[in-house]
Ligand binder design. Structure first.
Ligand code: PLP
Length: 383
């Protein structure tokens, strides 16, 4: 029976990564997947994470089941960090999830279960997995273009029906590098509140744009203005915990009974999907966020990562002369290069990015910015 299925296409991102790994040219550069790398090309374990792990090992805790909601200490402390407002925290319930992807999927399932007629409005280009996650949950999706002024997004919300959803990234939009201004967040908040549209916020790159609080400020403004919202949080990037699969799903509502029911529903969905999330990454983040000294250490490391990305971005912007690069934020850079130019970049210069023109800035060693900029300019030539 399984053999009658049409052959599915493999994920192009991981296929490209495998091609890159097979490339034996010494100057080969993998700028494909969004993983932070230091100047030596290593995706490092942060010092705060290492300290937390040593403490956890010394305490030699238990490996017993954690329950479908996972580590409450992690979810509470992460929510406190992201919301930074006791009034918002008091309106929040949450569960630990299998990373940001797990949070997105659980929340999509929740939105589908509680509103089968909802439409989700999604800006394009979108994070590559958003459409697949929404479709897997059975949600209907309508797209609008992502633009710096947010005009298409505002127009979509103005014509949306009450109970519809807007899926947005909290900062450092993947793949465009756009972060919304405070004025745009405020305008969006007032339109969403008026139309009864539910924000579905994906927070993956906080701390890597303009600073931790700066990156979270827009979301906080929006959450104060609307009665209900859901937030998917990834701990992968900010704590470098990619393989630990750590994240949480937050539900904000003025209605205490509603948010409790929604949290129970999330736990039930988790139970039927993977039963319970992995414990280790959540224990690490909880250890960091409940110890002020360790939190300060982590914040410092995150800030160093952010500054390194900024130096690389500004260097490439200056040396390529490409317009609009300097305004982008986060781990990625969206280049003005199409699929043919990105193919030239791969075949002639051994620099691997996505066909859409997105590259992972963090994969560039500082000493190679000049060479990468020359390669980008050469690949950009008209054919
Ligand atoms: C915008 C966005 N959201 C969510 C995720 C999911 O992150 P993870 O599942 O690794 O925590 C990513 C990962 O690249 C992303 O770019």
């Amino acid at each position: 029976m399984l053999l009658t299925l049409d052959p599915p296409s493999a994920d192009p991102l991981w296929q490209l990564t495998a091609d890159c790994a097979r490339d034996v040219r010494p100057q080969r550069l993998d700028l494909i997947v969004g993983v932070y790398r230091d100047d030596t090309g290593v995706s490092p374990v942060m010092q705060a994470v290492r300290t937390a792990e040593l403490r956890l090992a010394e305490r030699s805790g238990s490996k017993a089941y954690v329950g479908p909601a996972g580590c409450e200490r992690f979810t509470r402390s992460t929510a406190a960090l992201l919301l930074a407002d006791p009034a918002l925290e008091a309106r929040t319930e949450g569960v630990q999830t299998v990373a940001g992807t797990g949070a997105l999927r659980l929340l999509a399932e929740l939105l589908a279960a509680t509103g089968p007629d909802r439409t989700v409005h999604l800006g394009t280009p979108a994070y590559v997995n958003h459409p697949a996650i929404l479709a897997a949950a059975g949600l209907r999706t309508v797209t609008h273009p992502v633009t710096p002024d947010g005009s298409a997004m505002l127009a979509a919300v103005r014509t949306a029906r009450p109970g519809d959803v807007l899926l947005i990234q909290g900062c450092c939009h993947n793949p465009t590098g756009l972060s919304m201004s405070a004025a745009l967040w405020d305008e969006l908040a007032s339109v969403m509140a008026r139309r009864g549209v539910v924000p579905f916020i994906d927070q993956a790159y906080f701390g890597l744009g303009d600073g931790l609080d700066e990156d979270l400020d827009g979301m906080r403004r929006l959450l104060r203005a609307v009665p209900d919202a859901v937030v998917a949080v990834s701990a992968s990037k900010a704590w470098g915990l990619y393989s630990e699969r750590t994240g949480c799903a937050l539900i904000l509502s003025d209605d205490a009974a509603q948010r409790r029911h929604a949290a129970t529903l999330l736990e039930n969905i988790a139970r039927a999907s993977y039963s319970q999330p992995p414990a280790h990454g959540a224990a690490i983040v909880a250890e960091i966020l409940t110890d002020p000294a360790l939190t300060a250490c982590w914040r410092g490391e995150l800030e160093s990562m952010r500054l390194r990305l900024g130096v690389l971005r500004d260097g490439l912007a200056r040396l390529t002369g490409f317009a609009g690069l300097g305004e982008q934020r986060g781990m990625f850079l969206k280049l003005p290069l199409g699929p043919a130019a990105m193919l030239r970049l791969r075949s002639e210069h051994a620099v691997y990015g996505l066909p859409s023109g997105r590259i992972n800035l963090a994969g560039i060693p500082a000493g190679r910015v000049g060479a990468v900029a020359r390669a980008l300019r050469a690949a950009h030539r008209p054919t």
